[in-house]
Design a protein. Sequence first.
Length: 103
Amino acid sequence: MAYTYEELKPKTLAELRDIGKDIVQGYSQMNKEHLLREICKALNIDMHAHHQVVGINKTDIKSHIKELKAKRDEVIAEGNHTELKKVRRAIHRLKRQIHKSTV
């Protein structure tokens, strides 16, 4: 049976040991965290949760952030602290926009 990480994570240690007895060596000595990692590795299951950005154009926002970071470096060299604060806030707002749109 093909499993996903989301299906395996809530299972009890006994259930994970039943799954891992044929595919993981030393399964009976492992705790749940280690056993889950080894089962995922043996079954080639991705343990990382992938998130999607919905409702915005992430590439445009990232390119705008990159431009603002270049401007920030220029402002730091000039020593203009009021402009620096504005640029940093703009970068922060754009990053928060991406974060809020992540599902």
